[in-house]
Design a protein around this ligand. Sequence first.
Ligand code: SAH
Length: 225
Amino acid sequence: MAGIMKGASIERLERAKTDLLVELEAEVKDPRVLAAFRQVPRELFVPEDTRQFAYENRPLPIGYGQTISQPLMVALMTQALLLTGGEKVLEVGTGSGYQAALLSLLCARVVSVELIAPLACSAAERLRSLGYANVDVHVAGDTLGWPEGAPYDGIIVTAAAPEVPLRLLDQLALGGRLVVPVGSRNLQELVRIVKTPEGAQRHNLGPCRFVPLLGRDAWPEAPAG
Ligand code: SAH
């Protein structure tokens, strides 16, 4: 009986995943991004008691007041990095490790930093056990990002910032893309910055809503984490 129940819930999850992919395909055109979504099991990146919701198109709590982001937003941000496969990418805000797993299939090397040490530890362990070997997770240090690994061809910030963080622009290679939600605590614009010899070019990609970036370079009143 337990086996049959288990089979039924796996089947439900598979159906939900297929439905979610149809939803994503309407908005996301990069076939590599869609293939990565098909491959990465989001149900293994959410707490066990929310697994049944893993393929609903919404964020889910992962503890410590943080969330695994909405799948469509993850897909749009990933697409916005314009990855072709050879890049080194920095993610700010490892959270569950889900975004890092997707990136690991789309570029050569992923460096991911997380401010909350227990989240960094569990994500690193999860990514290791699932075989995402080209991802390094670090507990964030004093400087936003991970300057030790710079320059990066892509930087993705999965928490909202009050403005484009200059400290991250410093860590971006020439020709590199920085994708970051910028705005107020309650509503942001998804922004892509391309670093060119003439300066930073800004592209606005649409409204979004993320949990706030914490620590230095965030809002002055934000808790230090
Ligand atoms: N990308 C994650 C979603 C993360 S939510 C996923 O796929 O699951 C945003 C994360 O950013 C949170 O885990 C939060 O702790 C982290 N964060 C907030 N401020 C940070 C900072 N200054 N440096 C690194 N991580 C930060």
